[in-house]
Ligand binder design. Structure first.
Ligand SMILES: [Zn+2]
Length: 221
């Protein structure tokens, strides 16, 4: 009896392993990302062309919001990459949340999802997103990547890399100043691009995408 139930158990495990990949949910899930650096040839683009590829929509938070009232002017020297850790909200939802003034302490410059980017505050104004008014907040433009489960993360990473390259070009920011939130505070952010809570091969892959799009912009000047 004991023997037979062991068999049944093993068969159940085998069946689960074999058929796990065919469930309805998996069909909805976007394909996995390899995070292998690619050697794609440079395709020259103007800043306008790349902006259109990102799809940037400006929807500034009202100046009367608490976050904007305490902001100061900024010359961007860094670009800080975050991710929302919110499985539900897309970029529009984050825009509506910030514009409502409900977020007392936090704000940032852009939120990217698979359809494009929302800009919440001017890039020449400080946000509050990295290190409690430390250098990360004082000198960096912040980009939040959506983690909504229905969106394709590969598309979001590429749009974010394009937006980052555009900001590098516009403000003369070097690639070494493109940093994860982790750099300022040690937080595990952007979590999907960290490895054991630190920048690793996924972050390197992302930086190689930024570098690639920056070279496309340089070639398109
Ligand atoms: Zn963050």
């Amino acid at each position: 009896m004991e023997y037979r139930s062991l068999w049944t158990g093993l068969l159940a495990v085998f069946a689960a392993l074999t058929f796990a990949g065919c469930s309805q949910n998996d069909k909805m899930r976007p394909p996995a990302i390899s995070f292998k650096p690619q050697n794609a040839p440079v395709v020259p683009r103007s800043m306008n062309q790349m902006s259109r590829e990102v799809g940037i929509r400006v929807s500034y938070m009202p100046k009367s919001t608490y976050a904007r009232k305490r902001a100061s002017s900024m010359t961007p020297r860094f670009i800080t990459i975050h991710s929302t850790a919110n499985p539900k909200g897309d970029a529009n939802a984050h825009s509506r949340y910030l514009n409502s003034g409900k977020s007392r302490s936090l704000n940032w410059h852009f939120t990217v999802d698979q359809f494009g980017a929302y800009q919440h505050i001017p890039t020449t104004e400080t946000g509050h997103h990295a290190d409690h008014s430390g250098p990360g907040d004082k000198y960096s433009v912040a980009i939040e990547m959506c983690e909504c489960t229905t969106h394709n993360p590969a598309v979001i990473y590429n749009k974010t890399a394009k937006l980052t390259a555009l900001l590098m070009q516009r403000y003369g920011i070097p690639l070494r100043n493109v940093v994860p939130h982790n750099y300022w505070s040690g937080k595990n952010c952007p979590a999907p691009l960290m490895t054991n809570g630190r920048p690793g091969y996924k972050w390197s892959w992302f930086i190689s995408r930024v570098d690639y799009y920056y070279r496309c912009l340089q070639a398109g000047k």
